[in-house]
Design a protein around this ligand. Structure first.
Ligand code: PMP
Length: 405
């Protein structure tokens, strides 16, 4: 690894603590990431030194917060390589971003008898909003399955597409299998049938370079709290042509141009989709988080995380009766597994006793559980502030727990 590890770790003081009298090992990064000092300092600055509601004031603090918020939009635009800053909408997170599209796009473009395609490995956030839209519009959901090794059966996509398909929604990276999906290829196929594609980037934005113009995706969603920023803030990127054509999602202040009781006209992009007071401190702090990882270098982060993934996979596979779910050749640092017959809840609790935080349960992906015929899984997920030594402690803990059963 060629970035200064000690310095990075110093930026995340939360990691330097004990849980159950052991050094805390945080392997729940796919659920939420920790925030580095510059992000915490930004929140502090915009709480203790500068605060006023944005866009509505002529006074100094209102101008400062507005500038910082709009600057965050430029940071996100650069980060996603979007063509225009107006294509960046701040939301409360990936879930809201997807709901925005499922509500607003479908209101305009989905009719009775139409179809929407999702994949079998989606997080519930990229299933349920589409199901709800299908119910509202009497349309139906079609599902692209994945193979047992966790790769999507992209070769089946053409056979799922019909002239009634109105949109395709797919995760860039699966939150359970860790699979990096071939979204460029999926988008190419969908576009050859004039079908727009929404990419759920919740698990990819923190770990890979994103270029929405190169991908040519129509929508891209991600969350601040999974990219070392605050909770309650997220992003929807949408191509201007779609966003212009879509009706507003929420009504209220800021999204309007002129209101009378007879008729209301709507604001320009991006404000048309940002009703009410946004989480402007969150947006500003998320901007700092993005700058933080860009300063380290996303490619360096990705390559180090790959080393962690490969090392952990090898160590875990060496354990008898440990099954890993999802072994796609293209993966990020997410490992879902089952150890012997130990129930994931027991395993998670015992790991916690040894100071190690993992996630257990259905991981907001019931169809993935159903695919493998299990009721729950255990998930360890790594990021650039984790270490080989932490993986060693984790594997030693697994060995120890197995002996107890
Ligand atoms: N999609 C994926 C792939 C996710 O991993 C998550 C979060 N676990 C979401 C969507 C939802 O993100 P949020 O809860 O931040 O809205």
């Amino acid at each position: 690894m060629d970035f200064n590890y000690q310095d990075i770790r110093k930026d995340f003081p939360i990691l330097d603590q004990q849980v159950n009298k052991r050094p805390w090992v945080y392997f729940d990064n796919a659920a939420t990431t920790q925030r580095p000092l510059p992000v915490v300092e930004k929140i502090r600055e915009f709480s203790l030194q500068t605060n006023a509601n944005i866009h509505r004031g002529t006074h100094a603090h209102a101008i400062r917060t507005t500038e910082a918020y709009e600057n965050a939009r430029d940071i996100v635009r650069d980060f996603l390589h979007a063509k225009e800053r107006e294509e960046i909408i701040f939301t409360h997170g990936t879930t809201e971003s997807i709901n925005l599209v499922a509500r607003s796009f479908c209101e305009k473009f989905l009719s009775e008898g139409d179809e929407i395609i999702v994949t079998e490995m989606e997080h519930h956030a990229n299933i349920v909003p589409w199901q709800m839209a299908c119910e509202r519009h009497h349309a139906s959901l079609k599902v692209l399955p994945f193979a047992d090794n966790g790769t999507l059966k992209t070769e089946l996509l053409e056979s799922l597409i019909s002239d009634r398909t109105k949109i395709l929604a797919v995760a860039h990276v699966s939150n359970t299998l860790g699979t990096v999906n071939p979204i460029k290829e999926i988008i190419r196929i969908a576009h050859s049938h004039n079908i727009p594609v929404l990419v759920d980037g919740a698990q990819s934005a923190p770990h890979t370079t994103i270029d929405v113009q190169d991908l040519d995706c129509d929508f891209f969603a991600f969350s601040g709290h999974k990219i070392y920023g605050p909770t309650g803030i997220g992003v929807l990127y949408g191509k201007r042509s779609w966003l212009d054509a879509m009706p507003p999602f929420l009504g209220g202040g800021e999204m309007i141009d002129r209101v009378t009781f007879e008729k209301t006209t709507y604001n320009e992009l991006p404000h048309k989709f940002e009703a009410g007071t946004p989480h402007y401190v969150g947006a500003i702090a998320m901007g700092s988080a993005i700058q933080y990882i860009e300063n380290i270098g996303i490619d360096k982060i990705a390559s180090y995380e790959h080393q962690l993934l490969n090392y952990a996979t090898d160590q875990m596979k060496a354990l008898k009766n440990l099954k890993i779910f999802g072994e796609s050749p293209e993966k990020t640092g997410v490992i879902c597994f089952q150890l012997d017959q130990i129930h994931p809840f027991d395993l998670g609790t015992l790991l916690d006793q040894l100071g190690i935080a993992v996630r257990t349960g259905r991981l907001c992906a019931d169809p993935v559980m159903d695919h493998f015929g299990v009721t729950a899984m255990t998930r360890a997920s790594f990021t650039f502030y984790n270490t080989i030594e932490e993986i060693d402690s984790f594997v030693a803990a697994l060995k120890r727990i197995r002996l107890m059963f």
